[in-house]
Design a protein around this ligand. Structure first.
Ligand code: CP3
Length: 333
């Protein structure tokens, strides 16, 4: 059994498994090499040879306990026919949506468009490099995908009233997203994903309507993934009440963000926990890293815990700090 599964199933806590969100990315010189000559990000995600290489880069370097496939949550709107581009210094930039077109997309067409992602998973399973490691597939949560599909840019400055002006569109999109996110989860599992993570990066922007935008749509995906016999990790970044979220949604494990105080959470949570460390700590120094990492390890000493960050690793992170991080976690007794 993989270390993470052991942690989830046996609730065993004498070793702490570790992997990092965005571990396959720009902080790695070997990733930047590939990226330099592959300027179209979507094409890179649809290239199973290169995306396999990128997925394995952090595994080869640091020996993490899980590989997360090199892909993006925005491959789903791409699969639905929405134009998706990544522009330097701007981030994702999506095209206008056409609801009539979205309503007639069928499962085969969608699966065919995203087939290189499923091929990537099959190839990773074929080679033996992931022995005793999990292979994590992922999706964006309906709310976060809705935000990108309607806002068409990262909502860095929040959402305007304008966002909610067409409630019928929102309702239709949530229905379409539930259907196709499930198809994407099923396809990833059938291709060899041993675990699914649901990224709800903009959950913190939900002000009311928690049932409609957070609890109901996420519960639907959690139940579905569990019904396929695969554990599911939720990352509802920025919400104020992780305890309530876990009681309602019942994920196999929850990834906390760096604003959560682990000390006050620990007494109120009974699902396994992942993550928490502020990625900015990796931009400081080794002594500070050690004391911050140890805080999490101590608090979760008797609780099933997978080491990870409270959001993705930052592009400016030094390799040495990641090496130190892995050592600190592996040597903790
Ligand atoms: O290593 C891994 O975690 C696997 C790959 C992965 C990527 N994106 C690759 C990527 C994963 C799991 C994601 C998830 C993702 N994508 C999320 C949820 C997690 C989070 O960070 O909140 C979101 C919101 C996206 C959408 C997205 N993709 C944004 C906002 C950006 C641009 C932001 C930025 O950092 O510039 C991307 C691009 C992206 N996705 C990169 C990578 C490695 C950077 C691409 C580049 O080289 O320019």
């Amino acid at each position: 059994m993989t270390p993470i599964k052991e942690c989830l199933i046996n609730k065993k806590t004498n070793i702490t498994p570790i992997w990092l969100m965005r571990q396959a990315g720009r902080y790695l010189p070997e990733f930047r090499e590939i990226r330099k000559v592959n300027t179209n990000f979507i094409d890179l995600c649809l290239n199973p040879i290169l995306s396999e290489e990128i997925t394995l880069q952090p595994i080869n370097r640091f020996g993490f306990d899980a590989a997360i496939i090199f892909s993006d949550i925005l491959m789903l709107p791409y699969g639905l026919g929405q134009n998706v581009e990544f522009k330097k210094n701007l981030g994702p930039n999506l095209g206008k949506i056409n609801l009539d077109n979205l309503l007639i997309i069928d499962e085969n067409e969608f699966t065919k468009k995203l087939s290189p992602i499923y091929e990537l998973l099959k190839n990773l399973n074929r080679n033996n490099k992931l022995k005793n490691k999990d292979l994590i597939g992922f999706v964006g949560a309906p709310w976060t995908l809705l935000v990108y599909m309607i806002n068409r840019l990262s909502p860095k400055n929040g959402l305007s009233e304008e966002f909610f002006k067409d409630l019928k569109l929102i309702e239709n999109l949530l229905m379409i997203l539930d259907k196709f996110i499930k198809i994407h989860i099923k396809n990833q599992i059938n291709s060899g994903a041993t675990m699914i993570q649901i990224f709800d990066s903009w959950a913190g922007l939900i002000k009311n309507n928690y049932d409609e935008y957070l609890y109901n749509p996420t519960s639907s995906l959690v139940e579905y993934t569990k019904s396929l016999g695969v554990p599911v990790i939720c990352f509802p970044r920025g919400i104020s009440d992780y305890t309530k979220f876990c009681e309602i949604v019942k994920p196999s494990m929850v990834n906390i963000d760096y604003n959560v105080n682990p000390k006050t959470l620990i007494d109120k949570i009974d699902v396994p926990v992942q993550g928490g460390l502020d990625p900015k700590v990796l931009l400081t120094d080794k002594d500070n890293l050690k004391s911050e990492v140890t805080k999490y390890l101590e608090v979760f000493r008797d609780h099933p815990y997978v080491f990870n960050l409270g959001h993705g690793i930052l592009p400016e992170t030094q390799i040495q700090m990641v090496e130190d991080l892995v050592k600190i976690v592996r040597n903790y007794k």
